[in-house]
Design a protein around this ligand. Structure first.
Ligand SMILES: NC(=O)c1ccc[n+]([C@@H]2O[C@H](COP(=O)([O-])OP(=O)(O)OC[C@H]3O[C@@H](n4cnc5c(N)ncnc54)[C@H](OP(=O)(O)O)[C@@H]3O)[C@@H](O)[C@H]2O)c1
Length: 290
């Protein structure tokens, strides 16, 4: 049995769809969901549903019983993620899970003073708990979703240009569906025990290149301006963006500027058995008709 947490989220649903598309009987998949309502679409696909919550330990142990491989998709709750995630690992161990796969984050450093420490430290703590648990593991070091790029660029990017304090830093943005397909391949394959994979696009691009390609699409110059972090945050909050969102976006920009999301080597094309979707293809698919 393959059990998947975060199964009602975007990565979870996409991974389950790939598993089924690649021939796995849906009755061999169990999805952890927080409510029947959110699980309905998965139930209709023939997937088993177990209700549970990262904050309710006993629900996790119950849900994980009989699991051979557990795909543990990291929580999207930032506040108590360390405790939640270590609890998921313990529950998996108690339930007798044989192999745990965890969606961690691509990074160049584990430093506590890294600009992305606000997100990496809980992943690092979870990886440590997994490695100490004695279960076979696969750590998936997922880069940032390319799917989040339009959010960073903003709706008026062709009028106002690209405004983001990433300087000339590079990032190997990766399409979520490529990550999902690679994850499904790992779940269906063999010999992935006790491995760590970089799930990153092979090409690390800068925001300079993003603006250049947007210029090609629009057939006019699209400027890239990298402001100071202070200016960036004040402009965002001044236009009504909540402070924590501005901090979040600025934190990732600083991580990009520091090179944290450059992927010197990547396992993604090999795991996919094909090239990963690149940024030009992605930007064309989003904007080429505008
Ligand atoms: N690489 C990146 O750029 C990037 C960006 C954003 C997030 N992430 C990380 O990658 C993960 C997967 O991405 P995604 O796009 O699939 O995120 P998502 O769509 O937000 O899905 C998150 C999933 O986690 C579940 N969840 C949250 N809190 C939970 C709890 N207390 N107990 C049980 N389940 C809980 C959610 O359940 P509900 O459906 O009930 O809400 C949902 O199924 C995220 O959770 C986050 O850790 C990565």
């Amino acid at each position: 049995m393959i059990t998947i947490t975060g199964a009602t989220g975007q990565l979870g649903v996409a991974t389950i769809d790939f598993l089924i598309q690649k021939g796995l009987d849906p009755s061999k998949i169990t999805a952890l969901a927080r409510s029947e309502e959110k699980a309905l679409a998965l139930r209709q696909k023939g997937v088993n549903i177990k209700l549970g919550n990262y904050n309710e330990y006993s629900s996790l142990v119950e849900a994980f019983k009989g699991t051979d491989k557990l795909l543990f998709i990291s929580s999207n709750e930032m506040e108590n993620r360390d405790q939640q995630q270590v609890s998921v690992v313990k529950a998996a161990q108690e339930a007798g899970v044989k192999h745990i796969l965890y969606t961690s984050i691509q990074r160049q450093s584990d430093k506590t003073d890294s600009p992305i420490a606000f997100v990496t430290l809980s992943h690092i703590a979870t990886e440590k708990a997994i490695k100490e648990s004695g279960m076979a593991y696969t750590i998936l070091r997922n880069n940032l979703y390319m799917d989040g790029l339009p959010w960073v660029l903003g709706e008026k990017v062709f009028e106002s240009g690209v405004f983001y304090p990433a300087q000339d830093g590079r990032i190997a943005y990766t399409l979520r569906s490529d990550m999902a397909e690679a994850t499904a391949n790992i779940l269906l394959g063999d010999n992935h025990e006790n491995k760590e994979y970089n799930i990153s696009n092979p090409y690390s691009l800068s925001f300079i290149e993003i603006a250049e390609h947007l210029s090609v699409i629009a057939d006019k110059h699209v400027n890239y301006f990298s402001p100071t972090v202070e200016l960036y945050k004040s402009i965002l909050t001044g236009s009504g963006v909540p402070e924590f969102v501005a901090d979040f976006l600025a934190g990732f920009a600083q991580g990009i500027a520091a090179g944290e999301f450059v992927a010197a080597d990547t396992d993604l094309p090999r795991l996919l058995g094909r090239e990963a979707v690149g940024y030009k293809e992605f930007l064309n698919s989003l904007y080429a008709t505008k």
